[in-house]
Design a binder for this molecule. Structure first.
Ligand SMILES: [Cu+2]
Length: 249
């Protein structure tokens, strides 16, 4: 059923629209517009309302060693920040998402100043949220990525909580979908936005939670370089999400 819908959609949208990305963010009732690769770049880049780093196309990043795995290509920084209090939810909004298999993760990194001036490959990221295989086996089971999809025209919503103990300051938030439906050819879909975190927190995670992009992932990780269409995978009901442990404060 799902594959029939997918095939129909792929026909309607054409190959150019076969991927996707993070379009908007919400905090409470407030919407924050992200970058739109289908709109004119000059109408968006540097606009005072822009909160998201530029992703110029809906195409994935294919290599864990690609510098653009941090904040997509080309990752041009925005001038604005999403205000949020530690302990609040931020929701990522996708207009559609077509791929069903693989983990989804949310990361933060302190900018220690203006996030527009940092090198996204040098900041220290920590994972605050993850979801992978919820039930069933690897190729056919229910993944959070599949459950995230809506087929009624409503947007796909991905909420995550900013850890309540997080120290106030300027941060980047990084949402990543890893799609593993093509054998041994992982597809990474990262998007980054800038946050101004307030609240009563006072801490950052210890060093064992910190990762760099590139660096966080091993290309030979069996959860990344994976062929899900083997007999063995049909009998596998667990999947280890790459990138280390979650820090939730
Ligand atoms: Cu795709």
């Amino acid at each position: 059923m799902v594959s029939l819908v997918l095939a129909a959609l792929a026909t309607l949208l054409g190959p150019a629209l076969a991927h996707g990305g993070l379009a908007n963010y919400t905090v409470g009732d407030t919407w924050y517009r992200g970058y739109d690769p289908d709109e004119t770049p000059s109408d968006q880049l540097g606009q005072p309302w822009m909160v998201q780093r530029q992703w110029a196309s809906i195409d994935p990043i294919f290599s864990v060693d690609d510098p653009f795995i941090a904040c997509n290509n080309p990752g041009v920084p925005p001038p604005a920040y999403i205000p949020i209090e530690a302990g609040e939810n931020i929701t990522a909004v996708y207009w559609y998402w077509l791929h069903p298999v693989g983990p989804m993760t949310v990361w933060l990194a302190p900018c220690n100043g203006d996030c527009a001036k940092v090198n996204v490959n040098e900041v220290e990221w920590f994972k605050i949220w993850e979801a992978g295989l919820l039930s069933g086996n690897v190729p056919e089971g229910m993944w959070w990525q599949k459950q995230f999809q809506n087929w009624d025209g409503s947007p796909d919503l991905w909420p995550a909580t900013i850890p309540i103990s997080l120290k106030p300051g300027l941060y980047m938030i990084r949402h990543e979908i890893l799609s593993i439906h093509i054998e041994n050819k992982p597809q990474f879909y990262p998007e980054c936005a800038h946050l101004n975190v307030t609240g009563k927190g006072s801490v950052l995670p210890p060093t064992e939670y910190l990762r760099k992009f590139p660096g966080a992932y091993d290309p030979n990780d069996p959860s990344i370089n994976i062929n899900i269409y083997t007999d063995q995978m049909k009998n596998t009901t667990n999947y280890t999400i790459p990138g280390g442990p979650i820090w939730d404060g």
